[in-house]
Design a protein around this ligand. Structure first.
Ligand code: NAP
Length: 785
């Protein structure tokens, strides 16, 4: 390899790009968009070919054409007009369909390459990080070598590429002897090894047992799906761990900086080593623009922003950063200007030169100053939450070990609290507790992730030497220094953060937080359409009762005096068996419990359902539920009550729904045998029925609605576009919150109005089933498919 370590620019040459053909990778990203904009707006003679991959339904050309709608181009478009901007874009910008893995055949007349594409996540799985940042670089240089041309390559790296170290980091080739090719091979094979490991019977048994314990009630298919997704998560986490640990064991902060370091080696060996011109640009933490295209331009949240926003939201009570470490931030326009100046300079063939685009050496920002800026800003401009303005915490910088210990203690307290709450009965109060604990756990998880991810950036004692970059700036013509300069000493950090960067990132946050909450979405008007269904579960959702209470009601109305004591004793004896079955599988519980109806006369049940039993059921019907059913009917939706209960008992609900789908019991000579005629329509069986029903009757499930209360309802609810968890048990509640489903609290009617007939929604039920005036009425159908 012939890589010169050049501490100072041998020949600073102040040129600018004029009519070059530029090949740009990463042009759809944050830095890439800003580079493209600068080329278009300030270097009108240049042409740009962009390596872009198709995504979703968009091919590379469509993605490139769509870029023009991005805010980064707004000022340029304003300055030359829409039509001219579009014309120039068409003529000057071309999409090269490909990716870092498959670069394809490149044009042979490229003058300058700006290789910016990269994965910038700190902790991707090891193979993904290597494939993009090492294998990707390899493919780019191989494709360039195949053109037999000699462009000047500007390889965008990162200032943190030198790994964990203290003191001045020089602008030169990295001094390590790690065999990047061997590491790449090991990273590629890691996935195979981990995938194999994840399929070992012991590992599968553990995942299956845990999925069964948590989701057994939702059915066997769901258990298998949860187990498989837990396996895939485990594979990913393990590969992330492989990356993190390999990076640390080699002296780097994370797999991102490790692979960026190897990416530099690839460039040095394949490109400079083959006698070509190579410049390596190493920016520090890139944040919003100071001047161009306009102050505060940024494309989504960048490296330091999640930390800033988490602080503004009051989610970081303290932080393990070193208060006197330098937080090296650089505005994106400085990086663009420096990269283009580097690209235009006269580089020497067969050697590489390095440029730190950073602020720490010439205009340092200590971490405690940054903290003061953030604290002052959010104290003056607090972010809002549901309770009002968020008060930000005061950080004391107690040191990494103490933060770590406090964090571990709070994590174990939160986990214990969650275990206790999960065993309590579900009430609005326990759900509130669960919310508080879950939100606390989320904050702790966030704090842990931030602590691990940012440790290297806020505990670092490195200063990035910027001599080469300053020399290059000084060599530029005065006008270029003014318009496309990168003199970091001109940055007034207080003004930059208070007037430019914080407003830019908090505007993004406020835009996100203005989205309507799930609870308010539930109250929106229902759209009128006839191709949707609204499915309601019965027990716990429409009716504040369950199979056991229904049985006891019927039993009480029909049992001969002589059998009361014996029946009650038998019932009490069987209760633990029912509880065990209910915990395992809802279908098993129904099947076991319904055996109690053995010997009940059908005629007798019908008489009770028309009388006292029916009245008691309707007293327990939730008025909010019946109102919601009516709303759906008014909107033209087909309303269906689906229940694991048998048809004989749901007769009081027939008037309210277009259809009632219930189970049936086997009978002989008018007497129930205690066996079900069809399998109970719960969990996965209900999901299968629903899919079949929708296909057969032409309903669109993506636009349909579902209401259920129990974890066993999860599988069928998630088939619907608008699922709602009604008075949910804690497991369903947890899922609903995680997936942003509606969570509804439907209250039982107050005891004082415990008589039916006064509400227009609930009809008067005396002998026989009343019919609400606005209802069409249904007949109970069995669900056999
Ligand atoms: N952001 C920072 O603070 C920072 C700091 C120091 C150095 N850098 C360096 O600056 C460069 C740009 O970073 P950024 O912040 O602009 O990142 P970014 O916004 O995440 O953009 C990454 C770009 O790389 C492209 N890319 C990723 N994988 C690809 C693949 N397999 N094939 C083709 N294109 C691929 C992406 O294309 P898609 O749109 O198709 O995904 C996107 O255009 C990177 O080299 C990074 O290491 C960034």
């Amino acid at each position: 390899m012939n890589v010169a370590r050049v501490p100072k620019l041998s020949r600073p040459t102040g040129r600018v790009l004029t009519d070059e053909h530029v090949f740009l990778t990463g042009g759809t990203g944050f830095l890439g968009q800003a580079i493209l904009e600068r080329l278009l707006s300030s270097h009108p003679g240049t042409r740009i070919t962009m390596l872009v991959r198709g995504k979703g339904s968009q091919d590379a050309a469509a993605r490139v054409a769509g870029l023009l709608r991005k805010p980064v181009f707004s000022r340029w478009i304003e300055s030359i007009g829409d039509e001219e901007a579009r014309r120039q874009f068409m003529v000057r910008v071309h999409a090269h369909d490909g990716s870092l893995g498959q670069v394809g055949t490149l044009p042979t007349d490229i003058d300058v390459v700006l290789h910016s594409a990269s994965t910038v996540s700190f902790d991707p799985p090891i193979d993904e990080a290597f494939d993009t940042n090492v294998g990707g670089a390899q493919s780019i240089y191989d494709a360039l070598l195949a053109t037999k041309s000699d462009p000047h390559v500007v390889h965008i790296s990162t200032a943190y590429v030198g790994g964990v170290r203290k003191g001045i980091a020089p602008e030169g080739s990295l001094t390590h002897t790690v065999d990047w090719l061997a590491e790449y091979e090991a990273a590629k094979s890691a996935r195979n090894r981990v995938e194999l490991e994840s399929r070992q019977p012991e590992a599968l048994r553990r995942q299956l047992a845990s999925a069964r314990a948590q989701h057994g009630k939702t059915g066997p298919q769901a258990v298998a799906q949860f187990a498989e997704s837990a396996r895939a998560d485990w594979v990913r986490e393990r590969l992330v761990d492989y990356g993190r640990m390999r990076a640390e064991s080699l002296g780097w902060t994370d797999v991102y900086t490790l692979t960026k370091a190897f990416g530099e080696r690839v460039a040095e060996e394949l490109w400079a080593g083959a006698g070509h011109r190579l410049s390596v640009v190493r920016p520090s933490i890139i944040e919003s623009a100071l001047h161009h295209p306009f102050p505060g331009w940024i494309d989504g949240f960048k490296v330091a922003d999640p930390l800033i926003i988490a602080y503004g939201r009051g989610q970081l009570p303290d932080f393990p950063g070193l208060p006197d470490s330098i937080l090296d931030v650089i505005p994106v326009d400085f990086v663009v200007n420096a990269a283009l100046a580097v690209a235009a300079r006269e580089a020497r063939p067969g050697s590489a030169e390095y440029f730190h685009v950073s602020s720490g050496a010439s205009n340092p920002l200590p971490f405690h100053r940054m903290y003061e800026h953030v604290n002052t800003y959010f104290t003056a401009n607090p972010l809002p939450d549901e309770k009002g303005d968020i008060a930000v915490p005061l950080w004391r910088f107690p040191g990494g070990m103490r933060v770590e210990k406090a964090l571990a203690r709070r994590e174990s307290q939160a986990n214990r609290a969650e275990q206790i709450i999960s065993r309590l009965p579900t009430t609005p109060r326990t759900r509130g507790w669960l919310d508080a604990v879950t939100s606390g756990q989320r904050s702790l998880k966030r704090l842990r992730a931030f602590t691990e991810l940012y440790r290297a950036y806020v505990q670092t004692e490195i200063i990035f030497d910027d001599t080469n970059t300053r020399a290059l700036l000084a060599s530029l013509p005065e006008a270029v220094q003014q318009d496309e300069g990168f003199d970091v000493t001109e940055i007034d950090w207080e003004r930059y953060f208070h007037d430019i960067h914080f407003p830019a990132v908090t505007t993004l946050t406020r835009a996100f937080s203005n989205r309507p909450a799930a609870r308010t979405r539930a109250t929106r008007m229902l759209p009128a359409r006839t191709d949707v269904v609204a499915i309601f579960d019965l027990e716990g959702t429409v009716l504040e009762s369950n199979l056991v209470k229904q049985y006891l009601l019927l039993w009480a109305g029909s049992v001969p005096r002589a059998r009361v004591a014996r029946d009650l004793g038998d019932f009490a004896f069987a209760l633990p068996k029912y509880l065990r079955a209910e915990r395992r599988d809802r279908g098993e519980f129904i099947r076991t419990f319904m055996r109690r109806y053995e010997g009940f006369k059908v005629g007798e049940i019908q008489r009770l359902v028309r009388g006292s039993f029916g009245r008691a059921m309707m007293r327990r019907a939730l008025p909010d539920a019946l109102r919601r059913v009516q709303d759906h009917r008014d909107a033209g939706h087909r309303t269906i009550l689906v229940t694991g209960t048998i048809d004989l008992m749901v007769a009081p609900f027939l008037p309210y729904f277009d259809e009632v789908v219930a189970g049936r019991m086997h009978e002989k000579d008018g007497v129930l045998t205690g066996f079900l005629a069809d399998p109970p329509l719960v969990d996965e069986a209900r999901a299968a029925w629903l899919r079949h029903y929708a296909v057969k009757n032409g309903f669109d499930l993506d636009r349909s609605y579902g209401y259920g209360d129990s974890h066993a309802d999860l599988v069928w609810l998630q088939l619907l576009g608008h699922p709602s968890a009604v008075n949910p048990d804690l497991n369903l509640y947890r899922h609903a919150r995680a997936k942003h489903w509606n969570v509804l609290d439907w209250k039982r009617r107050p005891a004082a109005s415990d008589t039916v007939g006064t509400d227009t929604i609930v009809p008067n039920i005396t002998e026989g089933v009343g019919q609400p005036s606005q209802s069409r009425g249904a007949s109970a159908t069995s669900h056999g498919i």
